[in-house]
Write a protein that binds this ligand. Structure first.
Ligand SMILES: C[S@@+](CC[C@H](N)C(=O)[O-])C[C@H]1O[C@@H](n2cnc3c(N)ncnc32)[C@H](O)[C@@H]1O
Length: 309
């Protein structure tokens, strides 16, 4: 029987040859999946023998990864904001850089709830996640607000134009025990009617990659829905359509937090400057220092004090 270390070494070599730039990590995750063990256990027991069934399951995972399929789809899950999300070809795999948007949303909700008195009967804060995909943003926010005992004061809506993605989002909401806290709606950007009434917070990670670049992404991206990635000729077609809706979609003190590509800050600022009335747009960097989240709101909005989280 082959040993753990032996299978990891041969798998790593195969995945490197197939073009993976995270070959060792991929092999560890795939062998861990096959054996039912975490990576730490594999590394600590590199001499342990691997049975035939587990070795065969590992081989099937390697073959799929060699064909370019993302490890997250092979495993069927991806960690995001400290939670495990089910993922498959119905929705985008949540990216670590999107955690900034959730952290900002969490800070914004917390500040809004504590910065002004909220006598009994005060309406809930209305928050919408536009282009929810797997539900990552809405569900991570709901889960963290529940821990902070703030969830009862917030109403959450998750919207996507893809019915498939919404099925996945619902499954994830059930898995994380927040299905009753998040209304899930199929719509183009925002629903019309009462469900679309003005929001205190609009959160959006919509497609923002220029069409020509989508074709040049690593093969793993070709397994994800194109509608989750392709933002049109300059990447900003869908986001611009959302910006135009903001004057009606936001309350008078509402804020939109919109994820963008690292080089799209100036284009977003230009689009916001063209909105009717006076608007501000500030772009925040992610942990790597790259511009990532555009904060769009009326210029009269109070600025959240630094350090409030
Ligand atoms: C970049 S993915 C983000 C998914 C998820 N929010 C995340 O951060 O992992 C963009 C999502 O927006 C959805 N989408 C694209 N165009 C849309 C539109 N016009 N209205 C609503 N959703 C849209 C796609 O179906 C996809 O699920």
């Amino acid at each position: 029987m082959p040993a753990v270390g032996e299978l990891l070494n041969s798998g790593t070599a195969r995945l490197r040859a197939a073009g993976s730039d995270s070959a060792r990590l991929d092999a560890e995750l795939l062998l861990g999946l096959a054996i039912g063990a975490d990576r730490t256990t594999l590394i600590a027991h590199s001499d342990a023998p691997v049975g035939a069934d587990a070795a065969a399951a590992y081989e099937r995972g390697l073959v799929r990864r060699e064909a370019g399929e993302p490890v997250a789809y092979i495993r069927g899950l991806k960690e995001f904001y400290g939670l495990a999300f089910s993922v498959d070809s119905r929705g985008l795999i949540p990216r670590p850089e999107t955690e900034l948007l959730v952290a900002e949303a969490e800070a914004e909700v917390a500040w809004r709830l504590v910065s002004a008195p909220r006598p009994a009967g005060t309406p809930k804060l209305r928050v919408v996640d536009v282009g929810t995909g797997s539900g990552a943003i809405a569900i991570a926010l709901a889960a963290t607000l529940r821990k902070r005992r703030m969830l009862p004061e917030v109403s959450l809506l998750a919207v996507d134009s893809s019915a498939d993605a919404l099925h996945l989002a619902r499954e994830n909401a059930v898995a994380h025990g927040v299905a009753d806290e998040i209304e899930v709606v199929e719509a183009d950007l925002l629903p019309v009617g009462p469900a679309g009434a003005a929001f205190d917070l609009v959160l959006a990670n919509l497609p923002y990659i220029p069409s020509a670049e989508v074709d040049r992404l690593p093969v793993a991206a070709s397994f994800e829905p194109r509608a989750a990635l392709d933002g049109g000729p300059d990447g900003l077609v869908v986001i611009r359509r959302l910006l135009v809706l903001l004057p009606d979609a936001l309350t008078s003190t509402g804020t939109a937090l919109v994820e963008i590509g690292f080089d799209q800050g100036p284009a977003i600022e230009t689009a916001v400057a063209a909105l009717p009335g006076r608007w501000s747009c500030r772009v925040q960097p992610d942990l790597t220092g790259r511009p990532r989240v555009a904060r769009v709101e009326r210029s009269t909005n109070p600025v959240r004090p630094a350090g409030v989280r």
